[in-house]
Design a protein around this ligand. Structure first.
Ligand code: IVH
Length: 705
């Protein structure tokens, strides 16, 4: 391979170019890219490695971003089929990046405070303090400092693994490259929010509109889009900011309270939000939320609620986590934003499980800065309850990322003529009869569904879309459009087909299909290959079992550890094997609904075959199991009687954190029964089975506390 001779402008940073230099460099790059394109496409003989070609493209785009006049109609950046940006490198978070549980009402907040008091077994007059601060509507970021220097910046990603955006983050003024102060831990991960102010967002969109660039829906999207640039000089030209509010791995803790940590973050050189307060009761928290709510419109940046965090860090540790959210914190969201608009039509969408969802097609309207054109009507009963007709004016609401929904019909506006009739035939080509699910007692439930199951193309494509979605297999380059196309052509009918696509390409010749070229086809196959190794939780989630969302999938993966173990258990559940059902039921977060859904899914032979074919194509990693290096790892423990040093919830959480399984009943499989005063039948059971009985003190000695 022989690269073109570098020109003297080719070393110059885009941010430092004069208009003339930019023009020259733009023209030079254009010629060079064309040469490479020709060599690549026509002669099948690339002159440079992919990465080098990508770098030229990025530099070319970055110049246009800074000097929009250069983006003429025949610019290479407008060419369809240009090489898409490759993904960022993945970074595994040393400490997972979690999310927060939401509180929507005052009662949710009093419940939160009550729950914490109970968990910690606090006396009524014991002081319990919380920090309260705004919840910034941006994207969370983890900044890893070693020896005080910024080493890695990573996005949240799926919480366990994010994307390496270090070069881009280093262009933010608010992010110190070196930490200040004396008490700087050797390893220090600072977490917080990257955001864009409302004014900067509007100005950026105006510039984008003038230059034919991408228009962003809201400040958060524009912050995300600006950060996910392969060329950091584009990020540098975007006004991104950062507030620090949390941390991940810390070799030493500089403080022992949330409030002192906020102050420490400030002293280390970060911007911390000045609007925060130490509160001592639910009433004070609610007053804070109300006060911030009044200020919300005048703040420079978007917020979508406030966050309350238990102040004492030792209590945060005791409280721990429930799956992916801490028990010690909660996000109190602001009420949803509403707007009125006209229903132009009602369409029926078929979901991945065959559920028919009526969707109101709306006269476009802006709600909380986002243009809304569709709102869900949930189901037939909801349409009847609301009395919605096509042509009605309705109030819609949108809260955070939730799908907008129709709240009510505005009665004093002109009404639609005819009542809406829910279809009796599925809109899919099979035109199957629509049936309503039967709920307990034989009554018709609210959910109507298509009976076509896997023969229904809508369900298949929805299922495939779920399979490739971000939280499932996350296959870059396979979105709605591609799935529909591949399905229609018969190239991908089920998940396993995605992984055999490349070997069938000789027949398909994807590069000759409109919208594709040699490079994009290569990228697609690369991103498919990259996903052949998949974590167990993603795999289980991707199967699209009803009621098995991400959290449940994680619980199942942790509970069983390997695909083999989960699969064996699932097949036994199909056979209603009592022991297998009880074992699944004992897992945190798993109850009857999920077990039933797993039984139904694996009870269906079509599903079993589909899963087997898929398993043959991928390699499923074992799940991160709970700790194995503790004295109680893998042991089954039963707590009984009234515990005195910890609450039952706390005991359970602690044991699980140390890798033990906590069960409610004693059997011969139980390893320890921890008994407090007043223990009754379980103690007798323990003696019967010869299970070791521990006092609370014995337990603490055993776990080394
Ligand atoms: S604390 C363990 N504080 O909200 C949880 N999060 O739903 C640590 N966020 O992913 C997060 N403002 O992106 C925290 N003041 C704040 C926040 C905040 C915004 C975001 C963050 C997180 C999400 C949680």
């Amino acid at each position: 391979m022989k690269a073109a001779k570098p020109h003297r402008d080719s070393k110059l940073a885009v941010a430092e170019m004069t208009a003339n230099q930019a023009k020259r460099e733009h023209a030079r790059l254009e010629a060079e890219i064309k040469t490479h394109d020709e060599a690549y496409y026509q002669k099948d003989a690339p002159l440079v490695p992919d990465a080098e070609y990508d770098a030229l493209r990025q530099r070319y785009n970055a110049i246009e971003e800074r000097f929009p006049d250069l983006r003429t109609l025949d610019s290479l950046s407008r060419k369809v089929g240009a090489a898409p940006a490759r993904g960022f490198a993945k970074v595994r978070h040393a400490v997972p990046m979690l999310s927060l549980e939401n509180a929507f009402s005052d009662t949710d907040v009093t419940d939160f405070v009550g729950r914490i008091r109970r968990f910690l077994n606090l006396k009524e007059d014991a002081e319990l303090a919380f920090t309260a601060e705004p919840k910034i509507d941006g994207l969370s970021m983890s900044l890893r400092y070693e020896g005080g220097e910024l080493k890695v910046a990573a996005t949240r990603g799926d919480g366990a693994e994010g994307e390496d955006v270090t070069a881009n983050i280093k262009t933010l003024k608010d992010v110190p490259h070196k930490l200040k102060g004396k008490r700087v831990p050797e390893v220090c991960e600072v977490r917080g929010e990257v955001y864009m102010t409302k004014a900067d967002f509007l100005a950026l969109n105006k510039r984008q509109a003038e230059t034919g660039g991408q228009i962003f829906a809201n400040p958060r999207n524009s912050a995300a889009g600006s950060l996910r640039q392969k060329d950091s000089s584009i990020t540098a030209s975007r006004p991104l900011r950062f507030f620090a509010y949390a941390w991940g791995e810390m070799s030493e803790m500089p403080a022992d309270k949330q409030s002192s940590m906020i102050k420490w973050l400030g002293s280390a050189g970060f911007h911390v939000n000045p609007i925060w307060k130490l509160c001592h009761s639910a009433e004070e928290l609610l007053a804070f939320q109300h006060e911030v709510g009044l200020k919300r419109a005048t703040l420079e940046y978007d917020i979508d609620g406030v966050v309350y965090k238990t102040d004492r860090l030792d209590w945060q540790e005791r409280l721990g986590f429930v799956s992916r959210t801490p028990r010690w914190a909660i996000a109190h969201k602001f009420a949803a934003e509403r707007a009125a608009t006209v229903v132009r039509d009602i369409e029926i969408q078929v979901g991945r499980t065959g559920a028919l969802t009526p969707v109101a097609k709306l006269e476009p309207v802006t709600v909380g800065g986002v243009v809304v054109q569709n709102a869900t009507l949930h189901n037939q009963d909801e349409i009847e309850r609301l009395g919605v007709r096509i042509g009605d004016t309705v109030t819609i609401q949108r809260a955070g990322d939730v799908i907008p929904q129709v709240v009510e019909v505005v009665q004093d506006k002109p009404r639609g003529k005819k009542a809406y009739k829910f279809p009796t035939e599925c809109p899919c080509p099979l035109k199957t009869e629509v049936v309503r699910e039967v709920i307990a007692g034989g009554e018709a439930g609210a959910r109507a569904h298509c009976t076509g199951e896997f023969a229904c193309p809508f369900q298949r494509t929805q299922h495939l879309m779920h399979f490739v979605s971000r939280r499932a297999f996350d296959i870059e380059g396979l979105g709605e459009k591609q799935i529909e196309l591949f399905y229609e052509q018969g190239w991908v009918k089920e998940p396993a087909d995605i992984f055999t696509l490349q070997e069938r390409d000789k027949k398909i010749n994807l590069k000759d299909v409109e919208g594709y070229g040699e490079i994009s086809v290569r990228n697609l196959y690369q991103s498919i290959e990259a996903r052949r190794d998949i974590s167990l939780e993603r795999f289980i989630y991707a199967l699209g079992i009803r009621h098995v969302g991400e959290t449940t999938a994680i619980a199942l993966a942790r509970g069983y550890g390997s695909w083999q173990a989960f699969h064996d258990a699932a097949l036994k559940v199909v056979d209603k094997d009592e022991e297998a059902v009880a074992e699944m039921d004992a897992l945190d977060q798993i109850g009857d609904t999920v077990i039933e859904a797993i039984g139904e899914y694996f009870g269906e032979s079509h599903n079993r075959k589909l899963v087997d074919r898929l398993v043959g194509q991928v390699s499923i990693k074992e799940a991160e199991r709970p700790k194995t290096d503790t004295a109680v790892a893998g042991k089954t423990v039963v707590f009984t009687g009234s515990l005195e040093k910890m609450t039952r919830d706390e005991a359970k959480a602690m044991a699980e954190r140390l890798g033990a399984k906590v069960s409610g009943s004693v059997s011969k499989k139980t390893d320890y029964v921890v008994a407090g005063p007043g223990a009754g039948s379980k103690l007798a059971e323990a003696q019967k089975h010869g299970v070791q009985v521990l006092s609370e003190d014995d337990w603490f000695r055993l776990i080394g506390r």
